[in-house]
Design a protein around this ligand. Sequence first.
Ligand code: NAD
Length: 441
Amino acid sequence: MPQSASDPPAAPGIAHAVAPSLHDRGNLHTVATQQLDKAARAMNLDTSVRAILSQPKNELIINFPVRMDSGEQRMFKGYRVQHNNILGPYKGGIRYHEESNLDEMKALAAWMTYKCALYDIPFGGGKGGVKFNPREHSKPELERITRRFTHALGSNIGPEWDIPAPDVGTNSQTMVWMMDTYMNIVGMAEKNSVRRIVTGKSVTAGGSHGREAATGQGVVHCITEWAQDKRFRLDGCSFIVQGFGNVGSNTARILSKLGATLVATGDYKGYIANPEGINPHKLTEHVGKTGSVMGYKHGRAIAREDFFGLECDIFIPAALELEIGLPEAKALRCKLVVEGANGPTFPEAEEVLLSRGIDVLPDILANAGGVIVSYYEWLQNKRSERWDLEEVETRLERRMKRTFAQVRELTIEKKLDWRTASYEVALDRIQKAYLERGIFP
Ligand code: NAD
């Protein structure tokens, strides 16, 4: 990935610290289609349902101008892809990244459809974002970009139609700006009833307790269930997290509470390792101050190639998509890969991992904690309620364990890998809805 103009030069020895650009890695929509096809074959999915799901319902591209701090005007390209809404309103994150593109949005939107269906959440799938590097902009510029984009989206989003949330490069502050802008384009009397236009807001703005850490918490629920099945002790085991943002850092902190040790991690600037263990709480403080894991004094800088070859029990990709290709799948020395990120594994790389006896818990199963608690946030707003943290956490745990058990049963009964089994549960729900309703007219 290109470094921003303000980034310092890479330290000696880590010049190739990060992966090639997203464009050079492959097409994400092709990967999503391959996964869908594999699951469709395994369950004999109705061909008309398969055809509907192979493309999003709506694809929106918006070019909009924003005034920079310097006074000059700059054009930005924004996206919103609405994949499917047979089970409920479109739902999915907003990504700010310099390499965002339409095919990436299409894949990410489709995975939201399957994730919500898998967990029986009454939402469909969507995804959007703006193609730019947020690290290159001041807070006032980020605010103006967000507000102008939200305004440009206008009635293409809505609290019962399409509900955005945070993703890579966005956070609760971004959601508060989106909410406030949307509230200001509806009539005065409607303001409060549209608070649920976005989820992942700050708690002060009407967000839910537990949302910030929910995706990481959900990743850990899946690991706990897997470990119980395998009679594997998490206390004393080692793990690696790629990406130390919302998902990566929360997963690391929660997993370390169960006695597991973080031995390596990395982000857009490079990778660090320490076989004695890295304290994820202290590392979070360091990242808060410096913006990267690099330079953390209790970790040695290592090259990307070495990072994927380190021995550990659990490897958790929690950065961007398409990070695990064939070389990485051959290099990994772990028992389990848990996809905190969306789409981190190429299909052919997954085959290699499976043939090597490494289990892969897929994104739609493992990283659904965020959208589950987003659903709880949306419900709380709709009912004018406020649930305490304990209630949110209990509901999240119950839902995740129930679905994990359902998928596990299918893996055993039909001898399926975890991804195909997860798809089958999701696609079965979507297929039933289509067959029952038929196609209008
Ligand atoms: P984030 O922006 O908070 O963090 C992303 C992390 O990845 C950062 O540490 C960043 O430096 C690192 N990174 C970026 N490019 C990299 C590269 N080339 N090599 C190594 N590291 C790199 O984003 P996030 O919200 O934590 O999302 C991470 C992944 O999890 C994404 O795939 C996202 O779609 C997925 N996800 C997020 C949520 C959520 O609730 N935030 C929910 C489900 C899935």
